[in-house]
Ligand binder design. Sequence first.
Ligand code: FMN
Length: 494
Amino acid sequence: MSVDVFVPADFTARALGADAVAAAVAAAPGVEVRRNGSRGLYWLEPLVEVATDAGRIGFGPLDAAAAGALFANGLPDASHPDCLGLVEELPWLKAQSRLTMARVGVIEPLSIDQYKAHGGFKGLERTRALTAPAIVEAVTEAGLRGRGGAAFPTGIKWRTVLETDGEPKYIVCNADEGDSGTFADRMIMESDPFCLIEGMLIAGLAVGADRGYIYCRAEYPLAIDTLAEAIRLAEGAGYLDGFHLEVRKGAGAYICGEETSLLESLEGKRGVIRYRPPLPAVKGLFGRPTVVNNVITLASVPAILAQGADHYRSFGVGRSSGTLTVQLAGNARRGGLFEVPFGKPLRWVVEDLGGGTASGRSIKAVQAGGPLGAYIPPRHFDTPLDYESFQAIDAMIGHGGLVVFDETADMGAMARYAFEFCAEESCGKCTPCRIGAVRGVEVVDRIRRGEAAADNRVLLKDLCHTMIDGSLCGLGGMAPLPVLSVMTHFADEL
Ligand SMILES: Cc1cc2nc3c(=O)[nH]c(=O)nc-3n(C[C@H](O)[C@H](O)[C@H](O)COP(=O)(O)O)c2cc1C
């Protein structure tokens, strides 16, 4: 009988040589190679897991030669000097609370049987016995908030779509994942695609929608292919009866992640934002009531329905209930994905789980929430990871991306970059964003050259507040946040 050996087929693991490792392992006798997703412990990838009676034991990171040598004399066991021990017992996994990511890295992504054996489709089953308002109530009770960035309560959004007349209604999944240092959406789509499909089906039942689109960034070819295949398999198994689901490739612009630009792009137009109101929940795709939710938001729904709103709420703090899929990137020693309950201190994630910087130097700042997020200095690292606590320090959690910078980072250059990014990515519809971002670069340059620095600092603050107050969407509205954070915490570097 052969033994299962797992080698991730996740895009990051592949970029690190997982396919060659899989081929080397497959050459060993008595081995059945299975391609799981990644556990998200990216510094250990390619991480090879060997099934044993006690659970899976891990070896990594391995290259093809090391993998070949490891299996040259038969199956390695836990007594092997390179064995990391039981994977589930690794401290960085054990410390997590995996609700949304429970199956990621565990199952083979396109196996419906394995999905079901690990609790998949249980939420959908329970949902089928509920009325639409009761489904909405369960999600509301759970306190689920949108993981795309704005943290809007999902139950309220769904109730609006449910109560708005207009057929057909749509479920649109925002898989544009444009924020720097984020990859949680990709991991779900590549490693547990049925979970997203199940979440969209539940959303459809909740609001009375029978069509869905997943708008996935074009830079995720593996996610797009995996989803397309998962949809085909789910259709074949009858799960999609009465619900039409498609994947659409994104248009390659950051602004297409903003929900109204995304809808324009889905309709085949240029990605330009729409005035709000009307909200997409009332007048969304093709003018119809539309749920637009992030991948992680939708992928969190099956567990809520399967295990109950109270169970979900038992994680997290205050109005930030459940778990946050933190993505640690940049100059982090242990970069990867950590699903943790809201309320854990930022320091615990960055220092204990992440191990500080890859460079070994001290941390100067962490940028939270993507390119439009604040730079947080170490003196705020005891801040709990929850929406309200972050707001209190003028920061945001956004999609859960944390990018680490060490002491060599030039924070003045980072402030300039925020405006540069906004100028590059602005859709051009509103003046504060289109023109403000360009003027912002110029003002930062003048300050850095020492030209009337005091006056230009006043001007810069004024410009930031004009953009915050006057922009039509979050691009112009939030680009000043990293700039203001540099002015507050790293004033002498501007
Ligand atoms: C400039 C900009 C870019 C955005 N990019 C994304 C994105 O890539 N993915 C995402 O899910 N939400 C993104 N959002 C947030 C969406 O507009 C919207 O709030 C989200 O899709 C709603 O889903 P949620 O409630 O599940 O978070 C972006 C917002 C702005 C202003």
